[in-house]
Design a binder for this molecule. Structure first.
Ligand code: NAD
Length: 499
């Protein structure tokens, strides 16, 4: 499948993106599909200036009108769902069904944001002073910087963009250097929508292309009041510190080390299906991928044998072929990290099933791997790091409270789940004594969140929340306003200050 064909399908002129020094490879075969031009330091500074000016105009447009633009963008995405889904697959290697799912997530957040654009509400708060009232008001921030990772090349931007725009902000997107084309295409579709929309100012949305250096420039610029960054914990530590040092706001969506607990009362077949999807979906390259599994000793061998059977039936190969459920890893670096993690687990007595490279004859420069199960010795401390590959570490347990403690005993805190039909166990899991993660599911796996809930995690996952619920508040500035409609000027706390 050719990039040119996909661009044509979306009525995008191939010349829209001038080539440049940055090579873009498809993980499907490791070959170069295009080159793109990186932005210079000067150009990034100019982009930030233009975004600042755009935000001054956009914040004056009523929020429901801003929501209408996002509704129309959702329709543009509906028109091009199939082609954009394929492009996601071509550039980041996830299977086509997941590419389509990602575009659907963009459409869903547009619908959500449009509804929200009529509900950017604040509180009215009673005052301790007679003839007074207090209000909480929400104001736009200005340009919002969005830094995204390779594994959700379009949805993460849309989560941020749709909310930021209805909240009255302009947006600057720094996509992963591994997936710039999907970003340029989304930008093109957004601009196309804006051209039909009288109130949309020029430069409401812009993309900057480049590596971490370009990201750092965006992060360090005081004209950008909010940085929303998605990626590894290592990146988040740098970005979070840099933004805090200039008293900016940040939303950090970082790595996970997600676990499933399977209790004796669980519906085992359902649990196995959810574990397999969670562990091997997107070739183990989701932030919410299931990376650790705690199995009660009484069902340990049963679940392991069912998992092994399911893993053997998984077809691995070209993600555009709808018969395949697992596509390639993003690149060689990712493959090397996976192999190093397997060797490390073996060295401490881990029993490994799978994990080998496959399809090397057909795809010499691409990295397809068997998803891997690792039965860990009971005494071994639970794995502490996120290896971004389909590796599932399995541990037996006998006491649920100990399993929850082990689940929580990692630096990350993104997603978690329990399979049980015992209400005491499920309630414990989501109580204050339970999971310490931002996401805690019951009889559902760790991945595949809906956009209606707030998404994000605790500890080194960064603490940020995006998407549904009241995550919109992160994209606005809170203002408390007190009005005195009396003829007196009483002071709060009863302070006397008579002249
Ligand atoms: P990465 O950290 O290598 O890169 C992410 C983005 O950050 C890229 O655009 C990169 O150029 C930029 N970047 C890197 N260093 C920077 C710096 N110092 N300043 C500014 N920008 C910088 O991550 P990746 O390999 O693309 O993605 C995989 C990681 O992302 C995994 O850890 C995964 O768990 C995480 N992730 C988290 C979520 C979430 O919502 N929690 C979602 C998707 C991915």
């Amino acid at each position: 499948m050719h990039l040119q064909q996909l661009l044509q399908d979306m009525n995008i002129d191939v010349d829209t993106f001038p080539g440049g020094e940055l090579e873009v490879r498809s993980p499907i075969d490791g070959k170069i599909i295009s080159t793109v031009k990186a932005h210079s330091t000067h150009e990034v500074s100019e982009v930030i200036q233009l975004a600042t000016e755009a935000s001054q105009n956009w914040k004056l447009v009523p929020a429901p009108v801003r929501g209408e633009l996002i509704r129309q963008f959702g329709n543009t995405l509906r028109q091009h769902k199939a082609a954009l889904g394929r492009l996601v697959t071509l550039e980041c290697g996830k299977i086509y069904q997941e590419g389509l799912g990602e575009v659907q997530e963009m459409i869903d957040i547009c619908d959500f944001a449009q509804g929200l654009s009529r509900q950017l509400y604040g509180l009215t708060i009673v005052s301790e002073r007679p003839g007074h009232k207090m209000l909480e008001l929400w104001q736009p921030l200005g340009p919002v910087g969005i830094i995204s990772a390779f594994n959700f090349p379009v949805a993460v931007w849309a989560w941020n963009a749709a909310l930021a725009v209805i909240c009255g902000n302009s947006i600057i997107w720094k996509p992963s250097e591994k997936t710039p084309i999907t970003a340029l295409v989304c930008q093109e579709l957004f601009i196309r929508t804006c051209k039909q929309f009288e109130q949309a100012p020029d430069y409401l949305s812009q993309v900057i292309i480049g590596d971490a250096t370009i990201g750092e420039q965006l992060v360090n610029d005081r004209r950008v009041p909010l940085i929303s960054a998605t990626g590894s914990c290592a990146m988040g530590k740098k970005v979070g510190t840099a933004v805090a040092s200039r008293f900016g706001k940040s939303i950090l969506e970082l790595g996970g080390n997600n676990a499933v607990i399977v209790a004796p009362s669980a519906d085992i077949d359902m649990a196995v299906r959810a574990i397999v999807f969670g562990a091997v979906g997107t070739a183990g390259q989701r932030c919410t991928t299931t990376r650790r599994l705690f199995l009660h000793a009484s069902i340990y061998h049963d679940v392991i044998s069912k998992l092994k059977k399911a893993y053997q039936s998984i077809s691995i190969g070209n993600p555009l072929d709808e018969n395949n459920l697992v596509g390639p890893l993003i690149d060689k670096q990712s493959y090397d990290a996976m192999q190093a993690a397997i060797l490390k687990a073996e060295a401490v007595g881990g029993k490994v099933t799978g994990g080998k490279r496959v399809n090397q004859e057909s795809f010499e420069h691409a990295y397809y791997v068997e998803p891997c199960l690792i039965e860990m010795p009971e005494a071994e401390k639970t794995i502490q790091t996120e290896t971004f590959a389909p590796l599932l570490y399995i541990y037996p347990y006998t006491d649920l409270e100990c399993a929850v403690a082990l689940q929580n005993d990692v630096p990350q805190g993104l997603s978690s789940s329990i399979f049980t039909n015992d209400i005491r166990e499920s309630e414990l899991f989501i109580s204050a004594m339970g999971s310490d993660c931002g996401i805690a599911n019951i009889n559902i796996g760790t991945s595949g969140a809906e956009i209606g809930g707030a998404f994000g995690g605790e500890k080194e996952t960064g603490g940020g929340r995006e998407s549904g619920s009241d995550a919109w508040k992160n994209y606005m500035r809170r203002m408390t306003s007190t009005t005195n409609y009396s003829r007196d000027l009483p002071l709060a706390q009863g302070i006397k200050f008579d002249l």
